[in-house]
Design a protein around this ligand. Sequence first.
Ligand code: AKG
Length: 369
Amino acid sequence: MSTYNIIREYPEYQAYITPLFFTDDWLNLYLDNYHMHDDLDADRVSNDISCSDYRFVYMGAKGSWTPLHADVFRSYSWSANVCGKKKWLFLPPQQFNLLFDRNMKNTVYNIFDDISETEFPGFKKAIWLECIQEQNEIIFVPSGWYHQVHNLEDTISINHNWFNGYNLSWVWDLLLRDYKEAKEYIEDIKDICDDFEGLCQRNLAANTGMNFNDFFIFISRFSLANVVELYYLRGELNSENSIWHCSAIIEHFALNLSSIRKTALKMKSEGVKGNLGIINLLETLSDPKFLKLCTGLGRIYSVIREEENWSCTMKKALMADFAKYGSQVCSPEDLITFIDYAVSKLSSNCDEQNPLLSVLYEIQPHEQN
Ligand SMILES: O=C(O)CCC(=O)C(=O)O
């Protein structure tokens, strides 16, 4: 079985278009513009497109297979069979503990092996969902579902892993779990280690693919990008109050902000404090990579910008509102304050039902005035 990153290796060649259902993909949009580990950026030229991404081609001969796993970052995945046939076996997250050994450390590797009941006491109770994927069919794998995959014929498939506002909190849950595990693993060298926390975070990045800092910078950039979209739409729609309750697009951005806010609250409740990484509003708004991120995010929700200088107009509007606001976001608490401040500014002239307030704070329309 072999895998390669099709977009990274052949950036000019458009082999396929991502199916509409799967375009709300923050992970690959981000990696088209930034590295997951920010410190790498300094050493690379700015137009370097070698950021690793999560878009693959899988090629496997009949009989080859992929062992049992849940996907990286607890992302969703989709997999389209260009040719061939696969058998998938799925286990929903409610049963995942049945796959672990008695120390809750390792999972079963191949579910068709003769699994020792002493080593994996729950395994026999697992109830598997099985399906056959034919050529031209697409499988969607929800977050956190363990799966094992067998090629029943010589098979080529295209596969993306991704996450967005709907499964963002799963990514944080996984990071936290892996962080605790990484910490426990090296607990005995804590007293002789100069920077024990730094070592835990480096190990987390190496094993899980990102650490707290990477994740925090990621969600901070996305919160600003969603705020930018809302400012842009407000400008485009000429500040009419009536736009607030008629646009499904606005509700999407509100849901995104709400998900980021809830995740930041979870981080805060775990005692995650600053300085995780610094997002400077003005600098970020002037960064061409960030503007490309905004353009990509807008495109997902069919926000097509006609004027070329949209970013200048929007930046002016944002900076006017944020002039008195400390422009750095360094901790989950800052991020929550930033989102609340942006939402209050965006809502300031609104005397009708406001989806931002309904979605973010679950304030019902009749309670809004
Ligand atoms: O197609 C395969 O062999 C593995 C695909 C997979 O594990 C996934 O999409 O998450």
